[in-house]
Design a protein around this ligand. Structure first.
Ligand SMILES: Nc1nc2c(c(=O)[nH]1)N[C@H]1C(S)=C(S)[C@@H](COP(=O)(O)OP(=O)(O)OC[C@H]3O[C@@H](n4cnc5c(=O)[nH]c(N)nc54)[C@H](O)[C@@H]3O)O[C@H]1N2
Ligand SMILES: Nc1nc2c(c(=O)[nH]1)N[C@H]1C(S)=C(S)[C@@H](COP(=O)(O)OP(=O)(O)OC[C@H]3O[C@@H](n4cnc5c(=O)[nH]c(N)nc54)[C@H](O)[C@@H]3O)O[C@H]1N2
Ligand SMILES: [Mo]
Length: 758
């Protein structure tokens, strides 16, 4: 970096949002990232192994791969995720001797991540200013002693992020439940929890009901509250293929997201076919939180047109009459005001829906992270049940998962609220009894820390401090703990908010080879469409001091629970043994070791998809009647959504540009409608302060640069995690308790033009 302006000091530049995603700039951008971080040979070797039959699963996202994988079936952002992991292990004892925790706290997330991989276990004792090296043996002893000294296992909290393999996650939940608690919050609580809850209640399974092949047979695909060009770039391939086969693609989003406007595929570039494809046939620029109104209107028009699947409804569903009655007298003025969509546009969409034989609906955080997250997803379910668009080829529900194994983690037991039947099967498989009492989710964990009900926090991956809401409050709560332990690959803000004692345990990443007892191991993961498959790292580990996640959990469990009947160390030596335990303990994993060795792995059972059956209490799919949410705002109020840029992976910041949105060099920006700016006398780059409001409480954040953006009036957008300090801890979705990261009521103040000129 010598002689160059540090990236963080480059002033904000605003250009036109891109109209095409992927294509040549994407290939160049991923090559730049990878070459800088890994060097040429490693770049080619590594990228060729992503999502190949014998390679590793891309740590980027949970979108599945087509069966016939080409060697270029990776995307720009997958390449960035891989390159980011393949960095040198520079964060070592010398590094921590140089920088105190206080000094590191003053650095940006971008800087912290850029220091490289964590090289060895580190310890910070009471009152100490710097982390120092500690051996694996000593760390595990300290941790196990602490856990065993707690007055109750419920005073410990065990967080999981979604990159953990099935094997590590299964051992972890077994260990935690044998300790006697279900305190297992996970990133899912902040992510697709609303989808899980909405789908279990209505169709009897908390997962989507389509496979990749269904996209080839759909005639309409709704993409709601999702930005696939950035967050699931490989999904654009499926959308492109569907479109070539005649499907209509409908984009429902407050922002005209780039990948859906026009798209050039890297493979087209490889084939020197530079033509671009227009993806979305229709963009409905819904207001933030306006989807429920829009979907109810669509459902009403479907019923009024008599365009419903009577046979399916009478044989397979319940509560149709209640839904129809509730929609009899809808208030069209309110529908238009709340959704921001005109009657004319609604009629156009309705026409498409009514004339579609097979519909797929995809959604992500734009629906889940709302107060009515569960209910709005149930409106999507209503739409599918009305037309019988479920359980047949080319039709179904598709919650698009985030972290690459977040779905697998839940399947193998990372769940603070397990059902009794799940625990019963686990108890039989593991020949142990387990607690039934539900544990803390993410938000409840933070409240419990605040009220001194927790002493110990263990994080298997992730960045608890930055990913959770109300950053200042959460950091204060975590600082009260006796001990905080992080199993991590890269340095992040959570390592800098400490309990009396803190430990960082560095682990192998997805890309690295994992050898136990001289045998190369593989792990398994489940993608967004319920396919379980192998993932085998191939790169030389960044340091010989790293341990695999199963090794860390297995050894800790062995030390902490010496009397337990589980052969933890045997499991660590041979991951087949973990998979055997999984086959005995979890439905759908029979004969796991054989089936996962088949090319492309195996599908987990999914009754709605497999046979149009619904495992609800009465065997029927349920329509639901939900009141419209109150989306009104006071005169001076805005509603803000917190979103991802093109150059980040959740809290990991790769760079300061959001290329597709034309925003460069600064992340502390507030996207605002130009008319709103004019009315408030705000100019581009004016610096404003934001106050968020929730039930009489406020949070305050300074110095955000206003920029004009194509976003509905009174709506704002800012980046996660910078804006998390404005997300109120108690503002959560009904039923799922997911923080409402896309619905934050704000006022803004101050408008001094202090920002640098271009
Ligand atoms: N490169 C990259 N890939 C990722 C991630 C990453 O950070 N970087 N994160 C991974 C994870 S964990 C996840 S969960 C996914 C997240 O994937 P997304 O859900 O696509 O991520 P967000 O940036 O949160 O985008 C939410 C989208 O919803 C829209 N939106 C917000 N509010 C509303 C609303 O009320 N209604 C509608 N209709 N739309 C709304 C926003 O404009 C935005 O387009 O991506 C995964 N993949
Ligand atoms: N305001 C706001 N907040 C949000 C969201 C939002 O849209 N807006 N999105 C929410 C969502 S959808 C999610 S999923 C959460 C994400 O929450 P988390 O999963 O907690 O956060 P990440 O940023 O993905 O975690 C990054 C860290 O994981 C570690 N890591 C990476 N790979 C590995 C690995 O293989 N093993 C281990 N042990 N560690 C690894 C690295 O140290 C890295 O610093 O954030 C949520 N928070
Ligand atoms: Mo997520």
């Amino acid at each position: 970096m010598k002689g160059k302006t540090p990236l963080e000091n480059i002033p904000l530049k605003i250009g036109k949002p891109k109209t095409t995603a992927a294509g040549i700039p994407a290939v160049i951008s991923s090559a730049k990232h990878s070459l800088k971080k890994m060097g040429l040979t490693n770049t080619i070797k590594t990228l060729r192994m992503v999502n190949q039959k014998d390679g590793f699963d891309c740590p980027g996202c949970a979108w599945p791969d087509p069966e016939h994988r080409s060697s270029f079936e990776f995307c720009e952002n997958g390449a960035k995720a891989v390159a980011d992991e393949a960095m040198k292990a520079n964060v070592n004892a010398k590094f921590f001797a140089k920088y105190s925790v206080k000094e590191l706290s003053g650095k940006s997330d971008y800087w912290l991540n850029n220091q490289g991989r964590i090289n060895q276990p580190m310890y910070l004792g009471p009152g100490e200013s710097n982390y120092s090296a500690i051996s694996w043996e000593k760390s595990l002893k300290l941790i196990s002693r602490k856990i065993n000294s707690l007055s109750s296992p419920n005073r410990a909290v065990f967080y999981t992020s979604g990159r953990t393999s099935n094997e590590a996650a299964f051992l972890y939940q077994a260990f935690v439940r044998l300790l006697g608690t279900n305190n297992m919050p996970d990133c899912s609580n902040m992510c697709h929890e609303s989808s899980g809850k909405a789908l279990v209640q209505t169709i009897g399974i908390g997962k989507g009901t389509v496979t990749l092949d269904d996209f080839n047979h759909a005639d309409t695909i709704l993409v709601i509250g999702q930005n696939p060009g950035t967050n699931h770039p490989r999904m654009l391939t499926a959308l492109r293929d569907a479109k070539l086969k005649g499907a209509k693609i409908i984009h429902i989003n407050p922002l005209p997201e780039t990948g859906l406007v026009r798209f050039k595929h890297p493979q087209d570039y490889m084939k020197l076919n530079l033509s671009s494809t227009g993806l979305a046939d229709m963009h409905l620029q819904v207001k933030i939180g306006g989807d429920a109104a829009l979907l109810q209107a669509i459902n009403k028009l479907t019923i009024d047109a008599g365009s419903i699947d009577d046979g399916f409804i009478s044989k397979k569903t319940k509560s149709y009459e209640e839904l129809a009655k509730s929609l009899e007298n809808i208030d069209w003025t309110r529908i238009e005001t709340d959704s921001g969509i005109t009657r004319n546009q609604i009629d156009k969409l309705s026409n498409i829906i009514i004339n579609s034989k097979s519909i797929i609906s995809c959604w992500a955080m734009g629906l889940t992270q709302h107060r009515n997250g569960v209910h709005v997803i149930q409106e999507v379910v209503n739409l599918h049940l009305l037309g019988g668009h479920i359980g047949r080829v080319g039709a179904g529900l598709c919650p698009v998962r985030g972290h690459s194994n977040v779905q697998g983690n839940r399947t193998v037991g990372i769940w603070e609220a397990p059902s009794d039947s799940f625990i019963e099967k686990m108890e039989l498989g593991l020949k142990n009894s387990m607690p039934r009492k539900h544990g803390y989710d993410v938000v409840h964990s933070i409240s419990a820390m605040e009220s001194n009900d927790v002493d110990f926090l263990f994080c298997l991956g992730g960045n608890f401090i930055s990913a959770t809401p109300d950053t200042t409050r959460t950091a204060t709560a975590v600082s009260k703990l006796d001990m905080v332990v992080h199993v991590s690959t890269k340095l992040n803000r959570s390592h800098l908010v400490n309990g009396s004692e803190s430990l960082i345990l560095p682990c192998l990443g997805r890309t690295e080879s994992d050898i136990q007892a001289e045998v190369e191991q593989f792990v398994t993961v489940e993608n967004s469409m319920g396919i379980v498959h192998k993932s085998q790292g191939k790169l030389k580990p960044a340091s010989n001091m790293l341990r695999s996640e199963p090794w860390i959990i297995g050894n800790l469990a062995d030390l902490t629970l010496p009397e337990s009947n589980i052969d933890w160390l045997g499991c660590v030596e041979n991951y087949d043994k973990v998979r055997d335990l999984i086959s005995h303990s979890i439905s759908g994993f029979e004969d796991y070791n054989t089936r996962v060795r088949q090319p492309n792995g195996f599908y987990l059972p999914n009754p709605p998809k497999d046979s149009c059956e619904f495992e609800t209490n009465d065997g029927l799919a349920h329509f639901s009647v939900n009141p419209l949410p109150d989306v009104s705002l006071n005169e001076d109020e805005f509603v803000m959504m917190t979103i991802r840029s093109h150059d980040q992976y959740n809290t990991t910041i790769y760079g300061l540009d959001d290329r597709y949105r034309g925003i460069k060099g600064n992340r502390r920006v507030l996207m605002m409608n130009p008319h709103d700016m004019l009315e408030r006398n705000l100019k581009t780059r004016d610096s404003v302060n934001i106050t968020s409001h929730f039930k009489g409480t406020t949070r305050f954040s300074q110095k955000w640069l206003v920029i004009p953006y194509n976003i509905p009036k009174r709506n704002l957008a800012a980046y996660f995690p910078e804006a998390n300090e404005l997300v109120p801890l108690e503002s959560t979705a009904d039923v799922s308790n997911t923080p409402t990261s896309k619905w934050i009521i704000c006022t803004i103040s101050g408008n001094d033009s202090t920002a640098e000129e271009e």
